[in-house]
Write a protein of this length. Sequence first.
Length: 254
Amino acid sequence: MSNDIKSATLEYTTRLGDDSIVLGHRISEWVSRGPFLEEDIAYANVALNYVGRARMFFGYAAELASDGRTEDDFAYMRDDRQYRNLLLMEMPRGDFAYSQVRQLFVDVYYSLVLPELMDSKDDTLAAIAAKAIKETRYHLRRSRDWVLRLGDGTEESHQRAQKAVNSLWGYTHEMFEMDETESVLADNGIGVDTTKLRDEWLRQVSSILTEATLEVPEDGWAVRGGRIGYHTENLGHLLTEMQFVHRSYPGCQW
């Protein structure tokens, strides 16, 4: 592996880890707040899936960096401007409909990205994707069912679900935009060309939203910047909570 490709793979792997740890923490905020016990437990399991995925990505990033950093350093010792997660992942927990709509958007995305990543020439990334796709299939069944129930439920649940769709739609475009790092890795068979997945994502999401009696928004606005370290204020607050214990006791082993 050339130094340029190794450096790009490190950046790419870190981004994937950032997506996972930020969304995993955001989902974990539902623990003890779920609408009923079974859903409380389900949310905890989904959060653990994403945190486990982040550990695999950060562990590989530490291996690629070869500079003494560990997975904990990637998770806990970087500031918000050093994080490269998609903005969609850091949006607030919101109400139940908001979280489930966000989860649907993400689950359909990963259901398309991970099978492509399984074909990566990077064996480690391919192995992580092979494990994660099994979890994503479960996640998608769950989020799809909930969006259908909320959209085609009571008047209030329908209104909340539609409000969530409208509020989050502009953050989905960033998932399918690529910079030079991602383009180089896609060209070398290591990363995924997400630009080719947008149409299928839109087809699947639109089908689910229509079945849920929800309207698909127009592409009237888009927000981006997460991949280059420009974030909303939400990420800073999230990291303050997530990183507090580790930064209070640096180097502590549990």
